[in-house]
Design a protein around this ligand. Structure first.
Ligand code: HEC
Ligand code: HEC
Length: 326
């Protein structure tokens, strides 16, 4: 019967196309540029800038160190700085995820990587061996890092105490492991933004510090940029709790449009006392992923630059409950 034949050939074509497509995805390598060949000159300026970026701006330590999750702001154990840790990715995560050991230990850390390979992993999301990194590593935000800032970060990372810390390798399940290959993209050259241009510099900080990424809601794994800074992105907390990012857009009712620049700065500076006294214990109800302890150490003019930038952007009307169920 002809329709049976037609059906069979349809099924066969479908199988061939899907099979071919999966085969293509399987063999495909992520888009990648050659890593820079240069060794980054470890100047005192770079070291100082890299340290500030690592700890307070790009929050590298927040994921790549061990923390005290029972205390507000998840303070880092100082002896575990950058040594890597299994990533608590939540119940339905497709695989196992490990935040790598960033210390210069040759066996379990980045001791054998060149500076260029480190810079490429940070901004472009490609590991030394060409593997696409899972995008929990925020390389899509770090694409914005200037050439000079990424060099500074690497110069600082090279000074971390080498610690041997063998960890289970990341293993992402099929088919997600194939899909993430499309994410890495070469970055090219990125000039240093001029801090005197407050709006541009504020935008730069909002990108590299993850304000935009954490405070923009996700729909089916993608940011919904029509609600940029409108909050509503969910993060898993301990004991199946959730914390949801706040609306920090300029909307006066549901965002922070009524806050003055001074109130904005104070919101952060109130947490400075925890740096001296240690932060108080919190239960799952008070858990947050908002990097208060890092950002509260910014100079006032940097916080004001972010504030001015946020206020220059359209408001998003969206009421958000940041600690649902508590
Ligand atoms: C939100 C959590 C998070 C933040 C913040 C973060 N990382 Fe990562 N990073 C990860 C995870 C998870 C991986 C592992 C990804 C994988 O194996 O696919 C990773 C991987 C890496 C790698 C690749 C290591 C390897 O073996 O391939 C480097 C290098 C790196 N991160 C450096 C940094 C630096 C530097 C910063 C700050 C500028 C940073 N990370 C910030 C979570 C994070
Ligand atoms: C890792 C994700 C993450 C990053 C990065 C992040 N935030 Fe948040 N932020 C949150 C979450 C979640 C909340 C809600 C819980 C809380 O208040 O701690 C929040 C709360 C806030 C609040 C409080 C709003 C209110 O109404 O009380 C402000 C202000 C804020 N963030 C600003 C920023 C700015 C500015 C940046 C970048 C410099 C930033 N956040 C980066 C996740 C993040």
């Amino acid at each position: 019967m002809p329709w049976k034949k037609a059906l069979l050939s349809c099924v066969a074509t479908f199988a061939l196309v899907t099979g071919g497509w999966l085969g293509y995805l399987y063999l495909r390598k992520p888009a990648m540029a050659e890593p820079w060949k240069e060794k980054f000159d470890p100047t005192p300026e770079r070291l100082a800038r890299g340290k500030v970026l690592f700890h307070h701006v790009t929050h590298c330590g927040d994921c790549h160190s061990k923390h005290d999750d029972t205390r507000f702001g998840r303070p880092v154990w100082p002896e575990a700085e950058g040594i890597g840790t299994p990533f608590p990715a939540g119940e339905d995560f497709p695989g196992t995820l490990t935040s790598s050991n960033l210390t210069p230990d040759p066996e379990t850390g980045l001791g054998n990587w060149t500076d260029g390979e480190k810079a490429r992993a940070i901004r472009e999301g490609v590991s030394r061996d060409g593997r696409a990194l899972f995008p929990v590593m925020p390389y899509q935000d770090y694409r914005w890092l200037s050439d000079e800032d990424v060099r500074s970060l690497v110069v600082f990372m090279n000074t971390l105490t080498p610690v041997r810390n063998p960890l289970p390798p990341t293993k992402i399940n099929f088919p997600v492991n194939l899909f993430i290959k499309a994410l890495p993209q070469p970055v090219g050259r990125v000039p240093q933004p001029d801090p005197a241009n407050r709006l541009k510099y504020g935008e730069y900080l909002a990108h590299i510090s993850g304000c935009e990424s954490c405070h923009t809601p996700m729909v089916r794994g993608e940011h919904d940029y029509t609600r940029r800074f409108g909050g509503g992105r969910e993060f898993p907390g301990p004991h199946r709790s959730r914390v949801v990012s706040a609306n920090i857009s300029s909307d006066p009712e549901t965002g922070i449009g009524r806050w003055s620049a001074g109130q904005f700065v104070e919101k952060f500076y109130q947490y400075r006392k925890y740096l001296e006294e240690g932060s108080p214990p919190v239960g799952p109800e008070g858990f947050t992923v908002m990097p208060w302890l890092g950002i509260c150490q910014w100079p006032q003019e940097d916080l004001e630059a972010v504030y001015s930038f946020l206020m220059s952007q359209p408001g998003v009307k969206q009421a958000v409950e940041t600690h649902p169920g508590s």
